[in-house]
Each structure stands twice: as C-alpha cells, then as structure tokens.
Design a protein around this ligand. Structure first.
Ligand code: G3H
Ligand code: 13P
Ligand code: ZN
Length: 334
C-alpha cells in the first residue's frame, strides 16, 4: 500500500474548489508514453498550471500499471527539476469500471479515481460509486463519478446514442454516493469523430463540418441544482483541423474528423466545469508530427529523431489548451 502523498501527488479537492471559484478548468491529459508525460509536465511547469495526469485501463494494459505509477512519481520530480518546487499533479484513473480496479489504483498511489457506472441502471451506478467512495475516502483519495451517457466509445462501454445527464437526478446522486465530482453528458463524446456528418452543418467557405452546440442549458440546470459542485467534461478534444490536415497530407486518412469547438470549451471552463478531459488531441498532435517527420526524412530510423518533434508538438498543444482554452495558467506559485 502506497499513499499518493508520499509520492508528492495531490488529490483534486482543493484544486477543484479554486477552479470553480476562479472560473477556470484543470486540464486532464491522458498519458500512455514517456513522451506524453514529459510534454505534459513541461507544459504545466512553463505555464504554472496544476494538472491532472490520467491513466485509462487501456493505458495500464499498454504500458504496464507499475511503470505508469512510477512515471507519475517521476513526473513530480521532473517538475521540480524544471524549476517548480511545489507542483500540483494529480494521478487519476480514467474510466475505472470496477471496484477492484479503483482499489488497485488507490493502493498503488493514485490520488484520484473515476468510477464510471454510467452504463449501469441508476441504482446500480449509485451502489458501485458509493462503495468506491467509501474506500477512497479512507485514504483521502477523491472520486469522480458519471451520470448520463456519452455517445461513442467509453473504454469498453459503447453507447449507441448519448443520453444527456438528467438535472433532476444530480442532487440525489451526489448526496447518496458522496462523490467529489461528477462527469456529465451535454453533447461531448470520445475520439476524433465526435459527430456524424448528418448531425453537422458544413461551412460553405472551408467545406469543414460544423458540429451542433453543446447543451449549455443542461449544464446550467445542473449548476443550479448543485451550486459550486465540481463538474467534469469528458470527450473534450477539439480535433485541431491543422493536425488532421497534416496527417492526411502525409499518408493518413481521417476524413471528416471533428471535435468540440474551443470557444465552447472556453465558455464551459468559466462555469462549474472544473476538469476537462483531452486525449485525442494529443494522439493527433503526436501522429501528425511523426507522419510529417517520416515523410520528410525517409532515411532516419532512430525513434528519438521522430519522437522529439512529436513531443514538441504535444507540448505546444498542451500549452495552448492551458492558456487559451481552460485558463489554468498562472495558478501555481511554483
Ligand atoms: O476516454 C477514453 C480515453 O481517451 C482513453 O482511451 O481507453 O484508448 O486509453 P483508451
Ligand atoms: P477525447 O477523446 O475527446 O480526447 O476525450 C478524452 C476523455 O474523455 C478521456 O476520458
Ligand atoms: Zn472519458
């Protein structure tokens, strides 16, 4: 049993309180590789931003759970080495799907876990979330729960269509589970294809898809029911079209990839939304840089040669999100 405090990590409690009061959101970036971890830490330190580094079940399968946990511990030390004496880094389990997985993460040093019971019947979601909360709170680990179903793939949870969170359920759910934050469904979804072309209009000038707006009315209803309660948005990549264009130019094939417009995420960040999850944009930034590098340097084969620009491109994207979209820059004394 390792407590996250011994690794220099923090939980989300104070972080979210300040974010809700200050009208900004904390970036929650997924990581699977050392280059993603380095880019996240460099971006957070350079912008003096708190940050949530999150690990999915898929990431644990890919990279090995122990390695990821040591990478997070390394991230704290790396932030200090980069000049931030007091970094605020959360190690969070993304889309935990069982009590056992959450417990395993808590026992190995995670400071925050998500229990995603959103595909379960309401009462079962409450029972599972409550069980995780009871265990997590013994170790001062914070818990994110989810109510409502996002369209697309939620790890192994596949929803045919999204079901917006019902504002009339949130008080009962938050009170009975004791969760610390709540992921809601207001029209975001996972991946680089968030909307089908038939759900969008097309910009006549660029020919690009224009997605339907998020359901801000549902968000505001939820805020009214739970004043000051931390709300989380999953599926919040904006799918930058310049990265999609680069991928397609250098041999990729991502037609009509579309994300959430950044203006809407900026607006959401000013509300009770205090955690915004971004994974796909990092994947796109990495892939675009690697495809371009490889096409331009067909004779290179040292992975460091193409992973370096990939890391730089992810860092640029993380800094952009922190400074221009979420507004979490300058919130640390460091
Ligand atoms: O919400 C899902 C995250 O993007 C993690 O994706 O399960 O492929 O690691 P993954
Ligand atoms: P994106 O696929 O939009 O990056 O969402 C990531 C996410 O919600 C991780 O939980
Ligand atoms: Zn998610």
């Amino acid at each position: 049993m390792v407590n996250y405090k011994d690794l220099g990590l923090v939980n989300t409690r104070e972080m979210f309180k300040k974010a809700v009061a200050g009208g900004y959101a904390i970036p929650a970036f997924n990581f699977n590789t050392m280059e993603q971890m380095q880019a996240i830490v460099q971006a957070a330190v350079e912008t003096k931003s708190p940050v949530i580094m999150q690990v999915s079940k898929g990431a644990r399968n890919y990279a090995n759970a122990t390695i990821l946990r040591y990478m997070a511990e390394g991230a704290v030390q790396y932030a200090k080495e980069l000049g931030c004496a007091h970094p605020e880094i959360v190690l969070h389990l993304d889309h935990g799907d069982s009590f056992e997985l959450c417990k395993d993460c808590i026992d190995m040093g995670f400071s925050s876990v998500m229990i995603d019971g959103s595909s379960l019947p309401y009462e079962d979601n409450i029972a599972l979330t409550k069980k995780v909360v009871e265990y997590a709170h013994k170790y001062d680990v914070t818990v994110e729960a989810e109510l409502g179903v996002l369209a697309g793939v939620e790890d192994e949870v596949v929803a045919e269509e999204s079901h917006y969170t019902k504002p009339e359920e949130v008080i009962d759910f938050a009170t009975r589970t004791g969760c610390d934050s709540l992921a809601i469904s207001i029209g975001t979804s996972h991946g680089a294809y968030k909307f089908k072309p038939e759900q969008c209009t097309r910009d006549p000038k660029t020919g690009r898809l224009v997605p339907p707006p998020l359901a801000f009315d549902v968000l505001h209803e939820i805020e009214k029911k739970l004043p000051g309660f931390p709300i989380v948005l999953h599926g919040s990549s904006s799918v930058p079209q310049e990265e999609v264009d680069t991928i397609n130019k250098f041999g990729g094939n991502l037609p009509d990839a579309v994300g959430i417009p950044e203006e809407q995420l900026r607006e959401a960040s000013k509300s009770a939304v205090c955690k915004i999850n971004i994974d796909s944009d990092s994947r796109l930034a990495m892939t675009a840089a690697i495809r371009k590098y490889m096409a331009e340097h067909p004779d290179h084969f040292d992975p460091r040669q193409y992973l370096k620009p990939a890391r730089e491109n992810m860092k640029k994207m993380y800094i952009h999100k922190i400074v221009n979209v979420l507004g979490s820059d300058g919130k640390l004394a460091c």
